[in-house]
Design a protein around this ligand. Structure first.
Ligand code: NAD
Length: 260
């Protein structure tokens, strides 16, 4: 049980992040969610999380491209629910284009949201975790933290960066009861994947079915999308005492993708 623990999950109004928030709340943790979306839908999710956990739940609209907003999010969480015991850097975006056509502002946004925001989050939560002598930091990396695909120069660079960041902060916190790990899913069925299908169709001149079967699931030997709840289950395991010895690891959940 994670009762009495406080968790903060970035990019948790949708997809994998929302699944993490639900799984942590089901274990009794207070959860601060974050991300964009319709205010009434976010408020409904927040209320459902509080109901599920029997603890507090809060929402921060912090923009992960803005370091000061990330620090303020952690400060508010600390004030309202206690300093985070669990921090999951999950917010992420994708853009698919060949490097010569890749918009510079998309590169900047992907590096900011998918990589730098994790660094800013860790910088803000590590002192409180060290003080308590307990902490769990998890980043949603990707199979693209280990291998590449054409058209994803910014995403692959950011995710490889996450793999290095996790190793470094794991070493810096290893003697203080804090673990820092990455989870690297293959294709998970979320809006992020669904929304990149049209761009991939354009970039490679393929139909929707060809992108689904010959591009996305071609990489995944199981020929199945990973489900957000499966990723969240691994995160809950990493938060438990049985996972105290797992730190600096990059755990794949990719249907065999990176075994090839
Ligand atoms: P998603 O699009 O469903 O959710 C992304 C979340 O990030 C949303 O809550 C969104 O509001 C939030 N977000 C986007 N920009 C933000 C910003 N500037 N500030 C704050 N929040 C912001 O995507 P998902 O598929 O659930 O992806 C979550 C993470 O998992 C990402 O880091 C992604 O790279 C990673 N991932 C996804 C897959 C996959 O197949 N879906 C595979 C491997 C890794």
């Amino acid at each position: 049980s994670l009762a009495g623990k406080t968790a903060i999950v970035t990019g948790s109004t949708s997809g994998i992040g929302l699944a993490y928030a639900k799984a942590l709340a089901a274990e009794g943790a207070s959860v601060m969610i974050n991300g964009f979306g319709k205010p009434d839908e976010i408020e409904a999710e927040r209320r459902a999380l509080a109901e599920a956990s029997g603890a507090k739940a809060a929402y921060s609209d912090a923009d992960m491209t803005k370091p000061d907003e990330i620090a303020a999010m952690v400060a508010r969480c600390t004030e309202e629910m206690g300093s985070p015991d669990i921090a999951i850097a999950n917010a992420g975006i994708q853009h698919v284009a060949k490097i010569e056509d890749f918009p510079i502002e998309k590169w900047d946004a992907i590096i900011a949201i998918n990589l730098s925001s994790a660094w800013h989050l860790m910088r803000a939560v590590v002192p409180g975790m060290k003080e308590k002598g307990w902490g769990r930091i998890i980043c949603t990396a990707s199979a693209h933290s280990l291998v590449a695909s054409p058209g994803k120069s910014a995403y692959v660079a950011a995710k490889h960066g996450i793999a290095g960041l996790v190793k470094t902060v794991a070493l810096e916190t290893a003697e203080q009861g804090v673990t820092v790990n990455a989870i690297s899913p293959g294709y998970v069925w979320t809006p992020l994947v669904e929304n990149q299908i049209p761009d991939t169709m354009k970039a490679r001149g393929l139909t929707r079915e060809q992108v689904m079967n010959d591009v996305l699931l071609a990489a995944q030997p199981t020929k199945q999308f990973v489900q957000p709840e499966e990723v969240a289950g691994l995160a809950v395991y990493l938060c438990g005492d049985a996972a105290a010895g797992i730190t600096g690891a990059n755990l794949s959940m990719d249907g065999g993708w990176t075994a090839q």
